[in-house]
Design a protein. Structure first.
Length: 434
């Protein structure tokens, strides 16, 4: 009964517009301090001390230090002129196909995903350049904004990925293996979005094309070589085991400063305080959600919720594939109404124990959960990529929301392939970490 009341309060406060961290934490803290919830011998001061300890324990992790560092690295790369270099390089590779610039934006999103780990950061970094450029080439504004939002969602699938860091922190699953597992799925997402772009452009005559030129590829590569080095250094260091995820995040910040200040000369020291404040405000929001959710999940665990959920699923007597589909469908719905970080922290402790019943490896389940919630970033009412893209383009949410539906459809198809073809997520981790 307490758990039902907790979740009812959570959704009610979210609906009222309260910040997600407070929507999670206030009902849990309020219940813990309510007389009669705990045995009479438990003193109020002891409960208050427990709450403080839980808040601190929620973020007391070396792995979580990667979140503010990756956010800062992404902000430095965005300000340092790397976005345009990646788009120009991608356009030299795929600009000859129907919808060449649209495909180039998707490819650039995949490259940028290997730097920041944040879907919102990727959408913002590329959207400010890509949306006006696409409109100038004759793409409809709504389609341009929808494509940038779809490309941004790849930012949490291709590593480094902040949601994968959170999943690994919550489950003790290797973050490096999760990163490797997301690589092929992220490429599948990118190819799917490119297919939609090519089909739409061919059917409606969007955009312009230019002949493929090795000379142009060479020029674009020379100009973007330092930008392309960022994902190589970050991912190479993590997947090879040379550095940890947090060390790779610090390396990304250092590399970004060199490229943005010394090579591209687009970033000045006087801009750093504002840039740090902007990026760390977002990181602080994520860490505040994690801290508050620690109190929420502790109270939920005290009510034996995990065992109750497991018993409920056992009572359904579903085959493993049926249980997997049910969980994925539920996550799709929740992803539409819950912020990604909050959804992970609240649902992972409950659902992760079901992976053996679903016949799913923990690494595969982690990737599937992140992919599922990435799709939620493209759907109203809380799709962060959609909101960022609408803000950049100045278009209403409904207009961009309709334009993004083809991308959501192929993303769901890619999710189903990831569910029922395990090698897509497990082949690369098994190859690297034998």
């Amino acid at each position: 009964m307490i758990v039902v009341f907790l979740f009812a309060c959570l959704f009610a406060l979210i609906a009222l517009g309260l910040p997600i961290a407070l929507s999670i934490g206030l009902p849990a803290i309020g219940l813990m301090l309510t007389p009669g919830i705990f045995p009479a011998g438990v003193q109020l001061s002891a409960l208050g001390q427990t709450i403080i300890q839980l808040l601190f324990a929620g973020v007391d992790s070396f792995d979580l230090l990667a979140i503010p560092l990756f956010m800062l690295a992404g902000a430095i790369m965005e300000t340092g002129g790397i976005s345009r270099q990646l788009i120009d390089f991608s356009d030299s590779l795929v600009g000859w196909v129907h919808g060449g610039l649209a495909c180039a934006v998707v490819v650039a999103s995949m490259f940028f995903a290997g730097i920041s780990g944040s879907a919102a950061a990727d959408t913002a970094a590329l959207g400010a350049i890509a949306i006006p450029a696409m409109i100038r080439q004759g793409y409809p504004p709504a389609f341009s904004a929808a494509l940038v939002a779809a490309g941004g969602s790849i930012g949490v699938i291709i590593p480094p990925s902040i949601p994968m860091v959170i999943f690994g922190f919550l489950t003790n699953v290797s973050i490096a293996r999760l990163f490797a597992g997301g690589m092929m799925v992220g490429v599948l997402f990118g190819l799917s979005f490119m297919a939609v772009s090519i089909w739409k452009s061919w059917r409606h005559g969007y955009g312009t094309r230019h002949p493929f030129s090795l000379r142009q590829v060479g020029i674009a590569t020379r100009e973007a070589i330092w930008a392309l080095g960022a994902p190589v250094i970050v991912l190479g260091g993590i997947l090879s085991g040379i550095v940890t995820v947090t060390e790779a995040a610090a390396l990304a910040v250092f590399y970004g400063l060199i490229v943005a200040m010394a090579i591209n000369k687009k970033l000045k020291w006087k801009e750093m305080p504002g840039l740090i404040i902007r990026s760390q405000t977002v990181a602080a929001m994520i860490l505040f959600i994690i801290a508050m959710a620690k109190v929420f999940t502790w109270l939920v665990a005290m009510q034996q919720t995990t065992q109750l959920v497991q018993n409920a699923f056992n009572a359904m007597a579903l085959p493993p594939w049926g249980l997997l589909l049910l969980v994925m469908a539920g996550l799709l719905v929740l992803g539409c109404v819950m912020e990604t970080t909050a959804a992970l922290i609240l649902l992972v402790p409950v659902l992760a124990v079901l992976s053996p019943q679903m016949g799913v490896d923990p690494v595969q389940f982690g990737v599937l959960m992140v992919v599922n919630l990435a799709i939620g970033m493209l759907t109203p009412p809380v799709g962060i990529c959609l909101f960022v893209s609408c803000g950049i383009s100045g278009l209403p949410l409904g207009q961009v929301g309709r334009a993004v539906m083809p991308f959501v459809a192929v993303a769901i198809a890619a999710l189903l392939i990831s569910c029922f073809w395990p090698p897509l997520t497990l082949w690369l981790p098994s190859l690297i970490y034998r």
